[in-house]
Write a protein that binds this ligand. Structure first.
Ligand SMILES: Cc1cc2nc3c(=O)[nH]c(=O)nc-3n(C[C@H](O)[C@H](O)[C@H](O)COP(=O)(O)O)c2cc1C
Length: 191
């Protein structure tokens, strides 16, 4: 039997997504997110970037933010090694270009169904993206709207993600404008 979309559903916005989203998914997908790029560094000085919607401020004094990161992300391994990360806020005007460059996992093995050779490959997502490094070595993207750096205060394993709570140590807004939102980008990470 052909599955029908729920009445009133304007999804999918991603080609190939099923039309018949559960009501719970629909509700969760209505939440608003800015598009961030988490920058990380490991103890060997290797660096990585990943897109993350699930980043929010969680305390004023001290200034703390929480980022929820997939348990199998290279980023989480790097952050656990050095306790440092950056959050780059993508610009509404051209942040989609950066998003496209960093959307795939660095490690081919994170993508199911790849050949042994492709699984072994590791992509340098910083290649071609102008950046500088914080004193802890985490990357800040020059073309971002703004950024802040964090040192980790807590980890909370939570389902298939780990919430990383970081103390904000520095930050700035380096271009005029606003943050790119997930809605403008047309991608989704919820449900
Ligand atoms: C729009 C969008 C938002 C995302 N938000 C998150 C997020 O908040 N947390 C997360 O762990 N992964 C998120 N992801 C998935 C990661 O970016 C993805 O798994 C990434 O490849 C992991 O990178 P790494 O393994 O190189 O660290 C998101 C993906 C997209 C497309």
């Amino acid at each position: 039997m052909t599955q029908q979309p729920y009445p009133g559903s304007e999804f999918p916005s991603i080609p190939g997504e099923p039309l018949n989203l559960e009501p719970i998914e629909k509700a969760l997908l209505k939440m608003c997110y800015g598009v961030h790029v988490v920058g990380s560094v490991n103890s060997a000085g290797e660096r990585n970037l990943m897109i993350a919607d699930w980043v929010m401020q969680v305390s004023f004094k001290p200034r703390l933010v929480a980022a929820s990161i997939e348990n199998d992300a290279r980023t989480l391994r790097f952050v656990r090694e050095t306790g440092a990360f950056t959050v780059n806020l993508l610009h509404e005007r051209d942040g989609d270009e950066i998003a496209r460059k960093v959307v795939m996992p660095a490690e081919g093995k994170k993508i199911k169904g790849r050949s042994a050779e492709a699984s072994a490959a590791v992509t340098d997502k910083l290649a071609g993206l102008e950046h500088w490094l914080t004193p802890e070595g985490a990357p800040v993207l020059v073309e971002a709207l703004g950024w802040y750096s964090c040192t980790v205060e807590h980890y909370l394993e939570t389902g298939d993600h780990t919430i990383v709570v970081g103390r904000v140590t520095d930050g700035d807004v380096t271009r005029s404008g606003d943050i790119l939102t997930e809605k403008e980008l047309g991608w989704e990470y919820a449900g």
